[in-house]
Design a protein around this ligand. Sequence first.
Ligand code: ADP
Length: 194
Amino acid sequence: MLNIVLFGPPGCGKGTQAKFLEEKYSTPQISTGDLFRFNLKNETELGKLAQSYMDKGQLVPDEVTTNMLSDHLDKHPNDYGYIFDGYPRTTAQAQKLDEILAEKYNKEVTITVALVVEDEVLVKRLLERGKTSGRADDVDENIIRSRITEYYEKTAVVAEHFKAQGKWVEIDGIGTIEEITQKLFAAIDHAQAK
Ligand code: ADP
């Protein structure tokens, strides 16, 4: 089982790259953001709860997010593993992910690949994406900046969790999509061969 955590701030290119990783490794992408948006669109109770946080650019509470992820894994078994995109976003979530993989499959995170992109580039990319994404949180610069602030306040520290386990690689997120994909493949192949 290959369990990849795709890490980095909003707009760093996780979603774009996840598609290429999915294809190469037969590991489906699980985006907690996409799962929340699916619930929002279908007006589920979970969607309504999540919306109040998402609209402000804040993180949805850990327990809600983790339960949703765990349910999704149970409904979509895959022996090859998974790409976790947008989870974990807090240290508590990182601990939960370790527990979930151990309890459900007796496995671990294989590697965390973090895409590094500077803030002003992120803001520009997200505003650009907002023109077509249909995402309310991509249109308003204040919400975008709140998401980036949340990232630095709550998410960036997750690096320490994976560094301590020797499961952390940083990749420059500036360059062509193809160049970045190749760097990700190299990092993941190296981690898998260990
Ligand atoms: P982006 O990475 O572009 O900010 P996502 O699609 O990953 O966007 O997430 C959108 C929103 O969904 C986040 O701003 C947050 O409110 C919520 N969300 C997604 N994943 C998590 C998570 N792991 N923990 C808490 N909230 C989350």
